[in-house]
Design a binder for this molecule. Sequence first.
Ligand code: SF4
Ligand code: SF4
Length: 498
Amino acid sequence: MSKTTNRQARPQRNSRRRALVLVLVQLALLAHIAHWLLTGSSIAPLEPSEAISFARSKVVTPGLIVLCVAVLSTLFVGRFFCGWACHLLAVQDGCAWLLRRLKIRTRPLRSRVLRLVPILAFVWMFLVPLYARINSGSSHTLTTEWVTSAFWKTFPGPVVSIITFLVAGCYVIYLLGNKAYCNYACPYGAILGASDSFSVGRIVVDDSKCNSCMVCTQVCSSNVIVHQEIKEFGAVVDSNCMKTLDCVANCPTQALSFQLSKPAIMRRAGPPPVSTLHPLTWSEELVLALGFCFGFFATHDLFGAVPFLLALGFGLVSAHGALQFKRKKVSWAQSKINFVAVVFASSFFLHAALVQSQALMRDYHFNQTFDLRMGYLRGEVSLPLKSESMGPFLDAAFFASTTEWISYAGQERNAYVHGWTHLMSGDSEGFEREMYEVLDRRPDFGEVMFQLGIHYWVSGKEPQAIEILQKIDPSDPKYLTAQEYIEKINSHALEHQH
Ligand code: SF4
Ligand code: SF4
């Protein structure tokens, strides 16, 4: 066994410099938001997630440019962008620092299956919409959006944003070790990690100076097994290395340095080496995977409010809980705080799963009433609506409504379905009330405006019909018929006058 140090090494020499850079980046982001708040418009968000606009609608944004610059720079020098510029990484590092100050030690989880999550998340977030756009043969033309007044339109509100930072940036770190969100959830981490494998910027070792003390591994906040990798490959090849340079700064013999060198892909064949530290069995990996899927699907879009990135964080929390159960570490006798936390989290996830499954069931049966609803809008059937599909839908809607006191708060989809439930039983006013509730939250919801307008028309309320149909964006190809309806209603009114 190599000579090891028992002291808990601290990456002091380099961490202050990196912390300063991260703080400056965060201040620049805050200044950007402040500029928008003060002037009403600003450069569109410099956030990689904005690249979705290009995938979906061929819109080039500053966020897409940031993502491209990050990928290109990583292809050349490695993941400096992650280690020195990411705001979520800053939160994770801040949390890890706080835990160290509180003398709370976290042991990193070294999972093989969870490393697939960022790849799948990247595919789902960017490649699926890109494929759907290309495959649909849509005629989107290339446009740009450099400046915006709707700066916050693609971001969650303040409460959800804070919860995202607390779960993804703090709680996940407490449970799974530092940079757990980067390694096991971040969709940008997938593309940047892949790019890192081709990068010529590497942490390399001078074998003659290394005494195998393992300080480099101890100071690495990305959980890279540095001493093992440099021994095997002469360099750090793990794509989770975020080029923090803590290992370089803290190696007691100055054996490590950052240099231009052979890319990782040429140093090793196949997937990244599996660490010999704290390995998980395949049954534990399976439990992690199932726990992640449960937590993710139970919470994604929960209450119409949980965004994709937060659901990934919840998935990791759930995966950790499942592993705890598997290892029989959840017991009142072992740790009362841990037991209460696990019971609380389990209740949350089970309730979320119940709410989501009820809503899924209700939406399935709601879709079965499509022909009936369209028949009403075409004036073919009158109220109250009657068909065989109504019974299962009303039953499912009833079950879904049993958790309504919490699950449906603020969700447009539920108000929309409720509206139709009212209309099916002949309550026109209830339908109109719920539809306006939806429009209060999403004033540009074309489908709701269209259906409300047609409902007014078939109910003989022509002025209201014209008023609402005129609000639909006339350039939206999905609702070109709205203009036809307006002309039809106007000519009908003229005929009536004559
Ligand atoms: S590279 Fe430096 S810190 Fe790492 S094992 Fe060798 S001597 Fe120790
Ligand atoms: S291997 Fe070194 S440079 Fe890479 S993340 Fe770990 S400490 Fe930082």
